[in-house]
Design a binder for this molecule. Structure first.
Ligand SMILES: *[C@@H]1O[C@H](CO)[C@@H](O)[C@H](O)[C@H]1NC(C)=O
Length: 192
């Protein structure tokens, strides 16, 4: 009796866990379906599934927020290599420009997140307009950063370019989530 109860409990727990995780996966997959880099989207946003569910504004905030985290990491990585003698010539100049571009990127991402946290019915359109502008500017700055490097040269440059691309993909995804919120309109705020 005790044993069969244990087994039954085990089965029920397993069942409820797998159902929960399936629901969670569906939320994030659904949200990420509007993005261009879906694997990166799902990987970076899976942990928001249960809190964001079907709320476009929560997904938009999550998208920008994880991008800020990654952009800060990459910015630190760039700083570390600023005084690296392996990076020289054209690539040294590109690196210094890139550090500046990334500071602009992070600033624009922060401004976007601040507004996404203060969305309201009256100002919704102009707020979304601002966020779209700032995220597009962040994307441009990231592109400007990668453009400066001579791709032929070395492991560090390759690693920098990979990391910068990663942030670009995440920014592009965030922009798609923001566009989704814009097209849903201020009614989306009711789901917050
Ligand atoms: C890209 O960003 C994710 C964080 O979302 C990180 O786990 C991954 O290591 C990064 N990839 C590269 C190439 O930096």
């Amino acid at each position: 009796m005790t044993q069969s109860c244990t087994i039954l409990t085990f089965i029920l727990l397993t069942l409820s866990c797998s159902l929960t995780s399936q629901n969670g996966d569906n939320y994030v997959q659904d949200a990420c379906s509007v993005t261009r880099y879906q694997d990166i989207c799902i990987h970076s946003l899976a942990s928001f599934s249960h809190t964001a569910q079907h709320s476009p504004s929560r997904w938009a905030r999550a998208g920008v927020s994880v991008t800020i985290g990654e952009a800060k990491k990459v910015s630190k990585y760039l700083m570390i290599h600023r005084s690296d003698m392996i990076v020289e010539g054209r690539n040294k100049i590109a690196l210094l420009d890139c550090i500046e571009s990334f500071q602009n990127t992070i600033e624009n991402l922060h401004r976007s997140l601040d507004v996404l946290r203060k969305l309201n019915f009256q100002e919704f359109d102009s707020q979304m307009g601002d966020v779209t502008t700032w995220l597009s500017a962040a994307l441009t700055d990231e592109d400007t950063c990668s453009d400066g490097f001579d791709r032929q040269k070395g492991k560090v440059v390759k690693s920098i370019l990979n990391r910068v691309s990663n942030v670009s993909y995440m920014t592009s995804n965030a922009l798609a989530l923001v566009n989704k919120l814009t097209t849903t309109g201020p009614e989306a705020l009711k789901k917050d």
